[in-house]
Design a protein around this ligand. Structure first.
Ligand SMILES: O=C(O)CCC(=O)N[C@@H](CCC(=O)O)C(=O)O
Ligand code: ZN
Length: 336
């Protein structure tokens, strides 16, 4: 296997490769760009016009997606997977991956869309670099742009695998992309309804990519991911990479649950209290009238929405950040 196929090993060791560019026997060019960043380019005659950004390890302890990208890269470097798409592989937060922690100083996934400019430290620098790498990758005209930012969650979930679909004014969510997600094993999609500061929102909003955060199960250390079943996603990604995706049929959206955001719970102060059991699962339903959270100045978050469910509850986030999302099922999504 070509040495550049071992991007994860290089990243874990904090090493630069001796050779920055390598060619597989099929003429696929692999180019190391920076720590945890590798571009794969098919021979021109085989290029099908898709630019695919695959990122994982934006949170350093979310290892199942990192292992998935590592397998895809090995297959490409061995010549077992023959790309027709141009691909950018990114391991988001190398320092946090080495430490096995969600982040070192601050959550890198709260520093996009310019937020890093108001901050400092290793994660702010990395968010800036990730924006630059993504912008440069998606700078070629007349190509399809697709970004999957792969994650696992802190807690278990009543819906194991789901996607978050960013929002931009006057841009409709794509039925075709939802069908693709369904085929990749996603059981639900949360349609966002306002701008955000996460990586997929940046590539969706600023770079015109179809972009998603994918949640694939519960976060565990390297080598302990048997409980995270990514087989459908892995199969689909291989088809996307090789340009062999089967046509999506009329019923392709059947069974996909759509949710919209009712409210984001923002932690304003150290007095913030979240009234949920520590082991509550994502997508747990909350009854109307339930006192979900309290904060300074008698702020009270009381459930008003029928069928509301909570995802990503986390009272330990920094003040000013999202401490959970209240979502509701939706049937009237405006899809293109
Ligand atoms: O389990 C949790 O609480 C967080 C899991 C996670 O890292 N989710 C992403 C979602 C990004 C998005 O909103 O698209 C995150 O919180 O950064
Ligand atoms: Zn994550």
């Amino acid at each position: 296997m070509l040495a550049l196929g071992k991007l994860l090993e290089l990243t874990l060791a904090g090493r630069e490769p001796a050779e920055k560019t390598q060619l597989t026997v099929e003429g696929v060019r692999m180019r190391w760009l920076s720590e945890g960043a590798l571009e794969v380019r098919p021979p021109e005659a085989r290029d099908n016009g898709l630019d695919l950004l695959l990122s994982a390890g934006i949170h350093g302890n979310e290892t199942a997606p990192i292992e998935l990208l590592d397998r895809l890269l090995h297959d490409i470097a061995r010549g077992d997977l023959k790309p027709r798409a141009r691909i950018l592989f990114l391991f988001g937060n190398p320092e946090a991956i080495r430490k096995g922690e969600r982040f070192v100083e601050q959550d890198v996934n709260r520093l996009f869309n310019g937020r890093h400019e108001q901050s400092s430290g290793c994660e702010a620098l990395r968010a800036c670099e990730l924006e630059r790498l993504a912008a440069s990758f998606f700078s070629l005209p007349d190509r399809q742009r697709l970004h999957y930012d792969l994650h696992t969650a802190i807690r278990g979930s009543k819906i194991e695998q789901f996607a978050l679909y960013p929002w931009k004014e006057d841009r409709q969510h794509s039925r075709q992309e939802l069908a693709r997600l369904r085929a990749a094993g996603m059981e639900a999609v949360l349609l966002q309804n306002k701008p955000s500061i996460v990586f997929s929102s940046y590539t969706y909003d600023k770079l015109g990519a179809e972009a998603f955060t994918l949640e694939l199960g519960k976060a565990r250390p390297f080598g302990q991911n048997d409980g995270v079943n990514v087989s459908l996603l892995e199969k689909r990604l291989k088809q996307i990479i090789e340009g062999t995706e089967p046509e999506l049929t009329e019923d392709a959206l059947d069974g996909l649950q759509l949710y919209s955001v009712a409210r984001e719970i923002i932690k304003h102060s150290d007095s913030f209290r979240l009234n949920l059991p520590a082991d509550i699962e994502n997508f747990s339903e909350l009854e109307v009238g339930y006192l979900l959270a309290e904060d300074i100045a008698n702020t009270r978050w009381i459930i008003e929405e029928e069928g509301a469910r909570i995802i990503f509850p986390n009272p330990r986030v920094k003040n000013g950040l999202r401490a959970g999302i209240l979502v509701v099922p939706t049937t009237d999504a405006n899809l293109a």
